[in-house]
Design a protein around this ligand. Structure first.
Ligand code: NAD
Ligand code: ZN
Ligand code: ZN
Length: 344
């Protein structure tokens, strides 16, 4: 089968032929319908050898949906042909946090040395994907698996970051979303679906701001030197109760600090490597800072429920798997809108 493999650090992946894996005891083989193209893959490719504990090579793709192809011995309760999403963070399955469904925060992550399929283990950018356990399957119901993959990361990560802060988003509050790409555009949809907050979207690319407006953002502002004062004006000086930074660079974090409200929160989701000075006088009083990572399995079920109710519909552009390298180049250049999904 064809697979998009990372074979060398700081290098583009390669599209190679590899054998279709056989599900062993307790494992599940998924026929991939679509695999999302996440900006984190660019970070993974760009970081030097040793920055991540992963061993090369492995197949990329940590945002996957498809159909059950075959279950290994001992796997019960799942049938071939069932439409499923793949829960991406693979923990040990036995620690306290895994038991709570939060495999994204597995206590034994340092020993496991891989974050999941597509992040140190073979992922979904291939015709088939082997799951080490049915624990990572979530039923999709009537959703089309070819376009559902973004729910598992773009959707889940945004949902987790928002859900933990929903109590801040009371009527009259403001949520600022910086970076309206794969994650940020779903965050705008989620905020509109889940809260009465006024949603302010910020991006440097005009096309992304158009998408934010179409998805219901109340304001869409170009990210420049005037953005912070515009946000202050829009909020009568109060600032935003929740700032979701889907870039995480020096500039956007400075914007976050300038826009957050007293008692507000800055959630840093993007991995661009910026730093946010924390201390008295650096942030508004009682402003919290969080660095949320991905989300829990029950939260993925909730995201899928919202998609099934058509309360959120990620904007998906599909490409054949063979175009993976070109799609990654376009992602890097900021030329994609919404989320790109590869179809094997
Ligand atoms: P993306 O490339 O689809 O979107 C990034 C968006 O940010 C683009 O629309 C781009 O125009 C915009 N942007 C870039 N620089 C900007 C600036 N200075 N000001 C305003 N907007 C700017 O990326 P994505 O797949 O949505 O991922 C976003 C970030 O989140 C990446 O860093 C990714 O690695 C990270 N990520 C984190 C988690 C997590 O669990 N914490 C999960 C998935 C992705
Ligand atoms: Zn991702
Ligand atoms: Zn664990």
């Amino acid at each position: 089968m064809r697979a998009v493999r990372l074979t060398t650090w700081q290098h583009e992946p390669e599209i190679l032929d590899i054998p279709v894996p056989e599900p062993g005891p307790g494992q599940v083989l998924v026929k991939v319908a679509g695999a999302g193209v996440c900006h984190s893959d660019l970070h993974v490719m760009d970081w030097p050898e040793g920055a991540l504990p992963y061993e090369l090579p492995f197949t990329l793709g940590h945002e996957t949906a498809g159909w059950i192809e075959q279950t290994g011995p001992g796997v019960e309760g799942w049938s071939a042909g069932e439409a499923v999403a793949v829960y991406g963070p693979w923990g040990c399955g036995r620690c306290h946090r895994c038991a709570q469904g939060m495999e994204n925060y597995c206590e034994r992550a340092p020993e496991i040395r891989a974050a999941g399929g597509g992040l140190g283990r073979d992922g979904g950018m291939a015709e088939y994907m082997l799951l080490p356990s049915p624990r990572f399957l979530v039923p999709l119901g009537d959703l089309d698996p070819r376009t559902a993959a973004p729910l598992t990361d773009a959707g889940l990560t945004s949902y987790h970051a928002i859900k933990r802060s929903l109590h801040r988003l009371t009527p009259g509050s403001t949520a600022l979303v910086t970076g309206i790409g794969g994650l940020g555009h779903v965050a705008v949809e989620l905020l509109k679906a889940l809260s009465p907050a006024t949603v302010v979207a910020v991006d440097t690319a005009p096309g992304k701001l158009d998408l934010a407006k179409r998805l219901g953002a109340d304001h869409a502002l170009p990210g420049d030197q005037d953005t912070a004062s515009q946000v202050r004006d829009l909020t009568s000086g109060r600032g935003a109760e929740l700032v979701l930074d889907f870039v995480g660079g020096r500039q956007t974090l400075a914007l976050a600090a300038a826009c957050a409200s007293v008692l507000g929160e800055v959630a840093i989701v993007g991995l661009a490597g910026g730093e946010l000075p924390v201390g008295m006088g650096r942030l508004p009083f009682e402003c919290s800072v969080s660095v949320p990572y991905w989300g829990s399995r029950p939260e993925l079920m909730e995201v899928i429920a919202l998609a099934r109710q058509r309360r959120i519909t990620p904007h998906v552009e599909t490409f054949p798997l063979e175009q993976a390298l070109e799609v990654y180049r376009r992602l890097r250049e900021g030329e994609l809108t919404g989320r790109a999904v590869l179809l094997p």
